[in-house]
Write a protein that binds this ligand. Structure first.
Ligand SMILES: NC(=O)c1ccc[n+]([C@@H]2O[C@H](COP(=O)([O-])OP(=O)(O)OC[C@H]3O[C@@H](n4cnc5c(N)ncnc54)[C@H](OP(=O)(O)O)[C@@H]3O)[C@@H](O)[C@H]2O)c1
Length: 270
């Protein structure tokens, strides 16, 4: 089945930068009507200006997705304007770098909040509107932006890996729960992507770099997201390096642990 994006009503979280921003632009270029959310109002206004030419359209709502009041405002907006939702893209996310023991409970809770609880609760609230799209003969979809780290965890990002694993487990269960209603649950797992992600870390140990294998542009990842939506691909892991890490972790877990301990954790005298 190929999903048409023309005239589709699409909610994208985290539309102010990186993958979400690139995806909003591509959706508008393909004729979709987009509601983009994020905290930075100036960035969302820039996005609106850049998308003015259409052929689709964009509207924006500013707020913190971890705040239930903002999530309710998003739902109220859909209720007041569209009264249905064809696609929900759970893209907003943030990371942190550093040893688990050296961080506090606050970091764990904030990472889980933005990467897992917020998208899960937003999805719960969007479901009635996704169902309403079924009635208009479209096949609705929830696209969750996970990570290669939803499939294989790495050191110094324990909280982020936990949140992205949670997102993947929840997606798998929800996918089956929604089969009978013909609502697709899709997951795209990018590997390291050039975006503002590493500038917006919630917390980072000073001098800590993020070791990465390869690096895609936000535009390339957004194009993959479009492909996943159009072709209803249930799960897609990006980049050769990303797939290699997941494959190694699955079939050679001890070797992967050894490799990560040796190369992903900076040594004190290095
Ligand atoms: N970059 C990578 O290497 C990489 C790799 C794998 C997966 N991913 C995933 O890809 C997704 C997009 O990340 P990106 O690379 O595009 O990073 P990014 O440029 O930092 O974009 C993150 C987006 O999320 C929004 N956001 C963050 N916290 C928010 C909050 N509390 N409330 C509302 N919006 C919030 C940000 O907007 P505001 O700051 O304006 O609120 C921004 O629009 C994330 O889920 C990330 O985990 C990224």
């Amino acid at each position: 089945m190929r999903r048409s994006l023309i005239d589709a009503k699409v909610l994208v979280t985290g539309g102010s930068s990186g993958i979400g921003r690139a995806l909003c632009k591509k959706l508008v270029q393909r004729g979709a009507h987009v509601l983009a959310t994020a905290r930075r109002e100036d960035r969302l206004q820039d996005l609106e200006r850049e998308c003015r030419q259409g052929p689709g359209s964009i509207q924006t709502l500013t707020g913190d997705l971890a705040d239930p009041l903002h999530r309710h405002a998003v739902i109220d907006w859909i209720d007041g304007h569209w009264r249905k939702l064809d696609v929900l893209v759970n893209n907003a996310g943030a990371g942190a770098i550093g040893r688990f023991e050296q961080a506090g409970e606050e970091r764990l809770r904030r990472i889980m909040e933005i990467n897992f609880f917020a998208p899960a609760e937003l999805t719960r609230e969007c479901l009635p509107w996704l169902r309403a799209a079924c009635a208009s003969k479209r096949r609705p979809a929830i696209l969750n932006i996970g990570s290669v780290l939803s499939h294989r965890a790495v050191p110094l990002k324990s909280e982020y890996c936990a949140a992205k694993f949670a997102m993947r487990g929840w997606s798998e269960a929800l996918r089956v729960e929604l089969v009978a209603e013909r609502i697709d649950v899709l997951m795209l797992s990018p590997s390291t992507t050039k975006s503002e992600f590493f500038d917006s870390l919630l917390e980072s140990t000073p001098g800590q770099k993020s070791p990465s294998v390869g690096s895609m542009s936000a535009d390339q990842v957004a194009e993959e997201a479009i492909r996943v939506l159009i072709r209803s691909k249930r799960e897609r892991i990006l980049s050769w390096g990303g797939r290699m890490l997941v494959w190694l972790g699955r079939f050679f877990p001890r070797l992967t642990d050894w490799f990560l301990e040796r190369f992903a954790i900076p040594k004190p005298n290095a």
